[in-house]
Design a protein around this ligand. Structure first.
Ligand code: NAD
Length: 243
């Protein structure tokens, strides 16, 4: 991927860089995006119908088992070249914020520090009543129950219709409003409030760069649109920065 010379220069001069990632960055690790996740056993189910509190109340075993399946899938994958390039970028930029909509934890496993996880993390489990993270529990039921209060346990992810963690959203919004350069990577830019972050950055005068093989509603607003896979574009961007 060829990086425009003036983009490399802008990145080299940037003091504060904010990056927002979506499920596209993990596609090259073999994690299906929601649309692609309807395979095999799960092809009869619409993920948007399973990832809700209502579904968990109505069919807790079904929802828990779907998350167990996704969790096992995530555990078998590794960070890819795109994730690793963001670790390098964190080292090269004076002030760096990585915001993700992904729940797979791959940025942390790649080595990024202080990742802002807007939608939680599928590898964590919490009590559906108390909201506290639970690390040890008896795996004798689907879903298992909280060892403290006996309520069903659930994955620590934000379901459709639920509020994003306010502290994470505030940190993300602050990073978007104060950065010189905002990178939107592998997201369809359709799911709010995360999709509002690049717009906040633009409104504050940042340079907006989008990395996606396809056009999105954000493309028309981006100063640079790198049409390609994150695993190609991000390493090229980092090489251009250090050249
Ligand atoms: P999305 O599925 O709506 O969009 C994915 C985007 O990635 C698309 O625009 C697609 O063109 C692009 N893309 C595909 N392959 C790519 C590649 N190799 N490099 C760069 N871009 C690529 O995903 P979204 O915008 O993240 O929103 C969906 C929601 O689903 C999110 O809220 C997220 O929490 C959740 N989700 C997360 C995971 C995960 O954690 N890996 C997986 C599925 C869904």
């Amino acid at each position: 991927m060829n990086i425009p010379g003036d983009l490399a220069e802008t990145l080299r001069n940037a003091q504060r860089v904010a990056v927002l990632t979506g499920s596209g960055i993990s596609a090259e690790s073999g994690i299906p995006t929601f649309r692609e996740a309807q395979t095999g056993l799960w092809e009869r189910y619409d993920p948007q119908q399973l990832a809700t509190l209502e579904a968990f109340h109505q069919a807790p075993e079904l929802v828990w088992n779907w998350y167990e399946w996704r969790r096992e899938l995530v555990e078998r994958t590794e960070p890819n070249a795109g994730h690793l390039a963001l670790v390098e970028l964190e080292d090269l930029v004076p002030d760096f914020a990585l915001i993700t909509q992904n729940v797979d934890g791959l940025h942390g496993r790649a080595g990024n520090i202080g990742v802002i996880e807007l939608h939680g993390n599928i590898t964590r489990t919490k009590c559906s009543m108390e909201g506290e993270i639970v690390e040890e529990y008896e795996e004798d039921a689907s879903p298992p129950v909280c060892p403290n209060c006996g309520a069903p346990l659930r994955p620590d992810v934000v379901w459709f219709g639920e509020m994003l963690p306010p502290a994470a959203m505030e940190t993300a919004s602050n990073a978007a409003r104060t950065c010189d350069l905002f990178l939107s990577v592998g997201t369809s830019s359709l799911v709010y409030p995360a999709a509002g972050l690049p717009r906040e950055a633009l409104a504050s005068g940042a340079t907006l760069v989008e990395i996606n093989p396809d056009e999105t509603p954000l493309t028309a607003y981006a100063h640079y649109s790198l049409r390609g896979k994150a695993g190609d574009c991000l390493p090229s961007l980092v090489s251009a920065l250090s050249a």
